[in-house]
Design a protein around this ligand. Structure first.
Ligand code: ADP
Ligand code: MG
Length: 263
């Protein structure tokens, strides 16, 4: 067994940040960020806009490199990986972007099938059956022949999740899956992710400021404040914390959907 495979078989943590620091033009954005996400666990990263949530995910994917500290994925230190090595990481870990990032000229079916295209041993029928299964689970089976431009934001998100799943990754990162959709669609997207969690038990990190979504999904919560982890622990601890900043954050967010519904 290779060293990497041995580490991977032994480690209970799928993701680990060890004292990660990152600055842009001397402006610190991540300050000594440390946390772990266990294999099969769903971790929710919360915090106000601009605190470094997306930046954290981009370090895992190799789109950004830490100034100091270490990042481990599946037991392997990827901090100084090359672009070619990150391509391997991106086979194990996929990211569902906030924008959805679908291919505009491909139908929903072809968007979902994209990661499967050209896989050895996969027949056309296998591919159709696989896409149908994923589309059914995400409730987009009635729009398979449509183009992304014909879909609502919520549907586009579901298709983007379908494409990420088709790659059969070991872990999925979701960046703000319920932002910019109405409260009903947000609830729906949350339910989809919850269903995936129960069906596949994949290690996941969900970035959100939506406390309703977090409550539904989180095994463990990371709260970022100005680039620092100010809470790291199970959801119950986050919900019952008396820290004034956390209390205020929870209260404000709980009010927003309630107001929307009454409008
Ligand atoms: N590539 C970049 N270059 C310079 N500044 C960046 C870059 N990416 C993010 N930032 C800055 O880092 C901070 C954290 O960003 P981000 O992680 O996207 O916030 P959020 O928590 O809302 O996801 C923001 O102030 C943002 O402007
Ligand atoms: Mg962000």
């Amino acid at each position: 067994m290779s060293e990497a495979a041995k580490n991977s078989a032994e480690t209970a943590n799928f993701f680990e940040f060890r004292n990660v620091c990152k600055a842009f033009d001397d402006r610190p954005v991540l300050k000594d960020v440390s946390f772990t996400v266990k294999r099969g666990e769903t971790c929710v990263i919360m915090g106000r806009s601009g605190v470094g949530k997306s930046v954290s995910l981009k370090h895992i994917m190799g789109f950004l490199q830490a100034d100091s500290g270490q990042i481990l994925v599946d037991g392997v230190d990827v901090t100084h990986f090359s672009e070619a090595q990150f391509e391997q990481v991106r086979r194990k870990v996929t990211m569902v972007f906030q924008s959805g990032a679908l291919f505009d000229s491909l139908t929903v079916r072809d968007n979902i099938a994209f990661p499967l295209d050209g896989q050895p041993g996969l027949t056309y029928d296998d591919l159709e059956a696989y896409v149908a299964k994923i589309a059914n689970m995400l409730e987009v089976d009635h729009v398979l022949d449509k183009l992304p431009s014909e879909l609502s934001t919520g549907m586009k998100r579901a298709v983007a999740i379908g494409r990420a799943l088709a790659q059969n990754p070991e872990a999925i990162l979701f960046d703000e899956p319920t932002t910019m959709v109405d409260p009903i669609m947000a609830g729906h997207a949350g339910d989809l992710i919850l269903r995936l969690k129960k069906a596949f038990h994949k290690t996941s990190i969900v970035v959100t400021h939506d406390t309703h979504l977090a409550k539904k999904l989180a095994d463990v919560v990371i709260f970022l404040q100005e680039g620092e982890v100010t809470f790291f622990g199970p959801w119950a601890g986050f919900e019952s914390s008396n820290d004034p900043f956390l209390k205020n954050f929870r209260m404000q967010d709980e009010l927003i959907p309630a107001l929307d519904v009454t409008l």
